[in-house]
Design a binder for this molecule. Structure first.
Ligand code: BGC
Length: 753
C-alpha cells in the first residue's frame, strides 16, 4: 500500500467511525428519551400505548365524507391515552381524506395530551395500498409466489410501502407468513403458497420492500408478520377454527418463515386468532414468550389480532371474564392489543397492574417496544403527514410493476394442441361470471375489507372482457351465470358461441375476505360447471380463465377445456395481463405455488410422505391409492420450450463445512422469448423422521431468454438445506444419501457430518 492509499484508507475509516458513533449516540439518545418518557408516564398512559382502536369507534363515513366524532375522539385519545389507531370504517379514503383525518387526530393528540407521544396509525395494505383510492393494486400473495420472481415480490413491497406512507401511514399489517397448506381455508390467497421455503423467500423479499434499511426513510413502513403461529391449517378448513398441530409439524412447516423474518429484523408480529391443540394462541405463553421472544429472540412489538383478547372469554372459553382474558394475553406476551371498539381492555389492564397481578415491569417492557417503534418510523421527528412522502404516490412506473407482477403470476395449466395464443382476428365469445367483473380481478382487501364494492374502483380499469376487446374488436359478451348459483342466460351464451371461433369462459370466485369466505365444498360451483358443459356441446375450443383466491376443483369440466389459465386474484393490471397472455403478447411463466387438487377431499400437499404415494393392493382386497392432483405444485406451461443441460455438481459429497455448487444451463429451445424457473428439490432416502418424497430447496427464474438463448444458473446447497426437525424437536441433518432433483434429472449425493 503506498502512502496515498494509506491516507485514503485512514480517512475512509475515520468517516466510518464517526458515522457509527453518531448512530450509536442517536440510539443512546433515543433510548434515554424512551426511558425518560416511561419514568414520567402514569399506568394509565402506559396502558393507553398498549391499546389500538379501530377508527370506526371515533368517526362515521357519511356518503363520501369522513366525520370525526370529537367527544368520542377526545375520550379515546386524551382521556384514555390511546396510542394507536387502525383501519378504515367501511371503505377506502382519498389521499386528501387520509391526510386531513390523520393530521387532525395527531393535532389534538400533540396539543392536548400530557406527554405528547405521537399517535401511530396502522393499516392492512396487503396487496398494494388497498385502502387508498387511486393506489396501485398488486396480485395477492399467492399470485406473487407464482411469479417465482423475488425482485417482483420486493418491488411490490416497495411500491406498497411508498403509497402507504404517502397516505400518512407508517405501519402495515402485512405480510402473511402462514404456509397455505389447507386448500379450503379462505385466506389461501393471502399466503405465498404451501411450501415453507417459498413462503420464506417471498416473505423476506416483501418485508425488505416494506421496511428497507431505515424506517425513517419516507419510502418505507414497518411490517407485520402474520399470523404467529399455525393459523393456516384449521382442521375444518374454516377461518378461525381449531387446529391440531403437533409441535414437530409446527416447527417443520410453520415456524421457519417467522424465524427467517425475525432474523431479518421484521418489526412486529400479529398473533393467530385460532387455537392450537386446545390452546388459543393469544393465551399461549409458550408460543409468545418461550418460542417467539426467548428462542427466536424477537425484540419487536407483539400485536393481537382483531378483538382476540376479548375472545379468549367470549369465543374460546378459556377465560371466565374479559378481565381474565386481558390477564392471560398480557401474561402470555401481547404488547399491543387491537381491542378494537371499547375501552375495557385498558380499564382492566390498569386494574390488573394496580392489583399487582401484572407487574409494572412487564408493562414497561411492552411500552418500551412500542415507543421504540414510534421512534423508528420517525414519528418523534415528524408526527404529521410527511409531505416528502406524498410525492411517491401514484408514480407512472407503479402501473408497470403491477402489470409485470400480474403477467408473471399467470400460470398456464393446460394448452391442448397449442390452442393458445390466439390470433387477434378470430371471433371470440367472452362469457362467464368473471368476464366483466373488477372484483374478481382484485379479490379480498380492495377498497373495502371484502373487496366487493365496485364503486370504489378506478373507472378506467379494464375487465377481462374490455382488455380482450381492446386487442381484438371481433369479440362478443354474454354473462351466462353468476359466481354462485344463478343461470343468467346459459342458453344465450351457447347460442352466441355457435358464431364464434373460440370461447373464453371466465370462471372462479368473486372477492371475499376471512370468515365470510368459508366454503363447504372445494368444487367450482355447479352453475359455473353447467355453463362449461353446455358450451362444450358447440364443439368450439374453450379457454377457461380462473380468477380465484384458492384452487376450486374443476375435475369434471377439465376434459372439456382446451386451455386453462390460472390468474389467482391478479389486481388492477390483471385484465390486461390475461388478455396479453391469451394473444401471446406475454409468454406465461407462472408456476403453481400450491398443489391443485383433483377432488374436494384431497388435501395432500406435494411434499407429502412416502406413505401417501401410490399403492396398489391386489390380495385379498383389491384397491389402490395414489397422489394424483389435478396439477402439481410447480406446474406451469409456456408458449416456448426449455431444456436443461450440462448439469454439474461441484462434488457428490456434502459436509457441514463444505457446500455443493450446482450449475445448470437453461436453453430456450422454442420459437418465442420466455422466462423459465428452475426448482431444486431434495429427497432424503432414509431418515429418523419419515422424510417427504421431495422438498423444494432452491429456485431461480431466468431473465427473458430469446429463442436459442442459453443461461447458466448456479445454486448452492448447504447442510442446512437438507435439515429437518428431529425427534428432539431440533433441526438436524442426518448422514446418508439424498437425491437432488432438477426437472427430469436426478443425482444422488451423500451427506457426511
Ligand atoms: C385479520 C388480520 C388483520 C386485522 C386488522 C383481522 O381480522 O385477521 O389479518 O390484520 O384484522 O385489520
Amino acid at each position: 500500500m503506498n502512502s496515498n492509499e494509506k491516507t485514503y484508507l485512514k480517512t475512509f475509516l475515520s468517516v466510518v467511525l464517526v458515522f457509527v458513533l453518531q448512530l450509536d449516540l442517536l440510539a443512546q439518545s433515543e433510548e434515554k428519551k424512551i426511558e425518560d418518557l416511561i419514568n414520567q408516564m402514569t399506568i394509565e398512559e402506559k396502558v393507553g400505548q398498549m391499546t389500538n382502536i379501530a377508527i370506526g369507534m371515533i368517526l362515521e363515513e357519511k356518503g363520501d365524507a369522513i366525520v370525526l366524532d370529537y367527544p368520542k375522539l377526545r375520550n379515546v385519545l386524551i382521556k384514555n391515552n390511546v396510542g394507536s389507531f387502525q383501519n378504515v370504517n367501511n371503505h377506502a379514503y382519498t389521499l386528501k381524506q387520509w391526510h386531513e383525518m390523520i393530521n387532525e387526530i395527531q393535532k389534538i393528540n400533540m396539543e392536548e395530551s400530557r406527554l405528547k407521544i405521537p399517535m401511530l396509525y396502522a393499516i392492512d395494505a396487503v396487496h398494494g395500498a388497498n385502502y387508498t383510492i387511486g393506489s396501485t393494486i398488486f396480485p395477492h400473495n399467492l399470485g406473487i409466489a407464482a411469479t417465482r420472481n423475488l425482485e417482483i415480490a420486493k418491488l411490490s413491497g416497495e411500491v406498497t410501502a411508498k403509497e402507504v406512507r404517502a397516505s400518512g401511514i407508517r405501519y402495515n399489517f402485512s405480510p402473511v407468513l402462514d404456509a397455505g397448506r389447507h386448500p379450503l381455508w379462505p385466506r389461501i390467497a393471502e399466503t405465498f403458497g404451501e411450501d415453507i421455503y417459498l413462503v420464506k423467500q417471498m416473505g423476506l423479499s416483501v418485508i425488505e420492500g416494506y421496511e428497507g434499511k431505515n424506517l425513517k426513510d419516507v419510502s418505507h413502513v414497518a411490517s407485520c408478520m402474520k399470523h404467529f403461529l399455525g393459523y393456516s391449517v384449521p382442521n375444518s378448513g374454516k377461518d378461525r377454527a381449531p387446529a391440531y398441530i403437533p409441535e414437530i409439524m409446527l416447527r417443520e412447516y410453520f415456524l421457519p418463515s417467522f424465524k427467517a423474518a425475525v432474523d431479518a429484523g421484521a418489526r412486529t408480529v400479529m398473533i393467530n386468532s385460532g387455537e392450537i391443540n386446545g390452546e388459543p394462541v393469544h393465551a399461549s405463553k409458550y408460543l409468545l414468550t418461550t418460542v417467539l421472544r426467548d428462542e427466536l429472540g424477537f425484540k419487536g412489538v407483539i400485536i393481537s389480532d382483531w378483538e382476540d383478547v376479548k375472545k379468549l372469554s367470549t369465543r374460546h372459553h378459556v377465560a371466565s371474564s374479559y378481565k381474565e382474558a386481558v390477564f392471560q394475553s398480557v401474561q402470555a406476551g401481547i404488547d399491543l392489543c387491537i381491542v378494537p371498539m371499547d375501552m375495557d381492555f385498558s380499564t382492566y389492564l390498569v386494574e390488573l397492574v394496580k392489583e399487582k397481578k401484572i407487574s409494572e415491569e412487564k408493562i414497561n417492557a411492552s411500552v418500551r417496544r412500542i415507543l421504540k417503534m414510534k421512534f423508528d418510523v420517525g414519528l418523534f421527528d415528524q408526527p404529521y403527514v410527511e409531505m416528502e412522502a406524498v410525492k411517491n404516490f401514484g408514480l407512472p412506473e407503479y402501473k408497470k410493476a403491477a402489470y409485470d407482477a400480474a403477467s408473471e403470476s399467470i400460470t398456464l395449466l393446460k394448452n391442448d394442441a397449442g390452442i393458445l395464443p390466439l390470433a387477434k382476428n378470430k371471433k371470440i365469445l367472452v362469457t362467464g361470471p368473471g368476464a366483466k367483473s373488477l372484483t374478481t380481478l382484485h379479490g379480498a382487501w380492495t377498497y373495502t375489507w371484502q373487496g366487493t364494492k365496485e364503486e370504489f374502483f378506478a373507472k378506467d380499469q379494464p375487465t377481462i372482457f374490455t382488455a380482450i376487446k381492446s386487442k381484438n374488436k371481433n369479440v362478443v359478451y354474454q354473462k351466462g351465470t353468476d359466481f354462485t348459483s344463478n343461470d343468467l342466460g346459459i342458453a344465450k351464451s351457447v347460442e352466441m358461441a355457435k358464431g364464434a371461433d373460440y370461447i373464453v369462459v371466465c370462471l372462479g370466485e368473486d372477492a371475499y375476505a376471512e370468515t365470510p369466505g368459508n366454503i363447504e365444498d372445494l368444487a367450482l360451483p355447479e352453475i359455473q360447471q353447467r355453463l362449461v358443459k353446455a358450451l362444450s356441446k358447440t364443439k368450439k375450443p374453450i379457454i377457461a380463465v380462473l380468477t380465484q383466491g384458492r384452487t376450486r376443483v374443476i375435475r369434471e369440466i377439465e376434459p372439456l377445456l382446451s386451455s386453462i389459465i390460472m390468474a389467482y386474484w391478479p389486481g388492477s393490471e390483471g385484465g390486461n395481463a390475461i388478455a396479453d397472455v391469451i394473444f401471446g403478447d406475454v409468454n406465461p411463466s407462472g408456476k403453481l405455488p400450491v398443489t391443485y387438487p383433483r377432488y374436494s377431499g384431497s388435501f395432500t400437499t406435494y411434499d407429502h410422505k412416502f406413505l401417501e404415494e401410490a399403492v396398489e393392493q391386489v390380495q385379498p382386497y383389491k384397491y389402490s391409492f395414489e397422489f394424483n392432483p389435478q396439477y402439481e405444485f410447480g406446474h406451469g406451461l409456456s408458449y416456448t420450450t426449455f431444456s436443461n443441460s450440462d448439469l454439474k455438481f461441484s462434488s457428490d459429497t456434502l459436509t457441514c463445512e463444505k457446500s455443493i455448487i450446482i450449475k445448470v444451463r437453461v436453453t430456450n429451445t422454442g420459437k418465442k422469448a420466455g422466462k423459465e424457473t428452475i426448482e431444486i428439490y431434495s429427497a432424503d432416502l432414509v431418515a429418523s423422521i419419515t422424510p417427504s418424497v421431495k422438498r423444494l430447496r432452491k429456485f431461480q427464474k431466468t431473465s427473458l431468454l430469446a429463442p436459442g438463448e442459453t443461461k447458466e444458473l448456479e445454486f448452492t446447497i448447504t447442510s442446512e438445506d437438507l435439515a429437518f426437525i428431529g425427534k428432539d424437536l431440533k433441526m438436524v441433518t442426518e448422514e446418508g444419501e439424498f437425491d437432488i432433483i432438477i426437472g427430469k434429472e436426478k443425482k444422488r449425493i451423500f451427506y457426511k457430518n
